[in-house]
Ligand binder design. Structure first.
Ligand SMILES: *Cc1c(COP(=O)(O)O)cnc(C)c1O
Length: 460
């Protein structure tokens, strides 16, 4: 399989480049030239596979000659052995919805599912290449923890994680800052998540700096993450499917990565009817999909911080599709978004979007209300992100199998949970120890030069 950039389809890349670079040099995102398509029978045959077996089958065609099938098989087994469930994910049925629990990995959020695999891809790559790289990543809380757990202690790789100071929950922060591994560096930026994201983007754009430190990225635009995430759409579809009914997913959305993985699964032939893009009050994607105006506003802090963004990086991949693969037009659209802060979606394109996507916005009060209602009715505690996905189904009357992606364990967001139901959600036993561990992180101003100096100093 070969890849191109959304902004220039004349050059092709292999999976190895796509994985290590993350972002294309022209600023575009990588996408495969074509995807493998499964027919109905082939999809039915996947039903008998365990999660890991399914992952091997789905991921392999995407990675080309990066590694052999046997090597991938080992890496997937190793990656998912760190999960607390044999089949990685779990399901609970709550009334007319199925909640797909994706948070049984080491850092209690769905991001572990892709990140554990990426960590082992890095290890494999670096063993073969004999070089040292530095991963730099911005996080609103969950990506950082998942990335650190995936990279800690691995040879020839450092990881620098930028999180917004005081804007991640204490449990989120402790999951990042309590390890003692020498290759992990935590930086609290005096700013918000978009500031962190912009700092990382600027470092990547500085070709001298990024090549000097051999910089690599694991943020949600990394194609390897998208592939890994598409697996659980297959797995959950096959697990809950009532073949006569349509299947819909509601996805708590920030950067449009997770829901894009669902869209990719649909492109591969998985008969998904609708994907609901569920947002909090930072609703740029809801405004885009429901009204046709993709326009950034100021980010506001919410009880679902992992979705507090106004620039949905992966949306460029959808824009490319809406442009029927026209790289020039996509470059122009992205330039306009950058310069004018706006992208208007015409009716034609909105119709195309609505074949696959719906959207919903949940206010803070609505989110708390969902946590309360679900707890009272089913004695199940949802985290605020998952509650947004759950509540989004109330805004659309969809028949059939309705699957909510549960993206984080409620114990990561104790303030929101106790506000809704006056109950404390405990950490799983295996993770309780982090509460008393010593934390290690540096607080730095939102200043590009200072961050660069910090990183250069640590990589000497
Ligand atoms: C990252 C994250 C999201 C948003 O996922 P995207 O791929 O950025 O859309 C939702 N919920 C939780 C708990 C997250 O950590």
């Amino acid at each position: 399989m070969r890849y191109v950039s959304t902004r220039d389809i004349s050059k092709t890349f292999e999976f190895k480049d796509v994985f290590i670079k993350g972002l294309a040099d022209d600023g575009g995102l990588f996408i495969p030239e074509t995807v493998v398509k499964y027919d109905e029978k082939e999809i039915r045959d996947l039903k008998k596979l365990s999660y890991s077996e399914l992952a091997k089958k789905i991921v392999y065609p995407f990675i080309g000659n990066f590694m052999s099938q046997a090597e991938l098989s080992n890496i997937i087994d190793k990656s998912y052995s760190t999960f607390r469930k044999d089949n990685v994910v779990d399901f609970i049925k709550l009334g007319d919805r199925t909640v797909l629990e994706l948070f049984h990995g080491p850092t209690l959020a769905f991001k572990d599912i892709a990140m554990q695999l990426l960590g082992n891809f890095y290890e494999y790559y670096l063993n073969n290449e004999n070089q040292k790289i530095n991963i730099v990543v911005a996080t609103s809380g969950d990506t950082g923890a998942a990335a650190i757990d995936a990279i800690r202690g691995k040879k020839n790789v450092n990881i620098f994680v930028l999180h917004p100071d005081n804007r991640v929950s204490p449990v989120q922060r402790k999951l990042m800052t309590t390890g003692k591994d020498e290759n992990v560096f935590n930086i609290a930026i005096k700013g918000n998540f978009d500031d962190c994201q912009n700092l990382v983007k600027s470092m990547f754009a500085d070709k001298k700096f990024s090549s000097d430190i051999k910089m690599s990225g694991v943020n949600s635009i990394n194609w390897a993450r998208i592939i890994a995430q598409s697996v659980y759409y297959f797995y959950s579809y096959l697990s809950v499917e009532d073949a006569s009914e349509s299947t819909n997913f509601s996805v708590p959305t920030g950067n449009f990565g997770d829901v894009y993985a669902g869209y990719l699964a649909k492109k591969m032939g998985l008969p998904i009817d609708k994907l609901i893009v569920a947002t909090n009050q930072n609703d740029i994607l809801h405004r885009a999909i429901s009204k046709g105006s993709y326009e950034a506003e100021k980010v506001s802090e919410t009880i679902s911080p992992s979705m507090d963004i106004q620039i949905a990086s992966n949306f460029e991949r959808l824009i490319f599709d809406l442009n029927n693969g026209d790289d020039q037009q996509t470059s122009l659209d992205m330039k306009n978004i950058k310069e004018k802060g706006q992208y208007l979606i015409n009716d034609d394109k909105l119709n195309k979007i609505s074949e696959n996507f719906l959207s919903a916005r949940m206010s803070e009060d609505e989110t708390l209300e969902v946590i309360k209602k679900v707890y009272e009715k089913y004695s199940v505690v949802l985290d605020p992100h998952t509650a947004i996905g759950y509540g989004a189904f109330d805004k659309h009357n969809l028949k059939g199998n309705n699957i909510v992606l549960a993206t984080a364990h409620p114990c990561k967001f104790p303030d929101a949970v106790s506000k809704a139901i006056n109950l404390k959600s405990d950490l799983p036993k295996e993770l309780e120890f982090i509460l008393n561990e010593k934390e290690d992180y540096d607080i730095i101003e939102n200043n590009l030069e200072k961050i660069k100096n910090y990183i250069t100093g640590k990589t000497k």
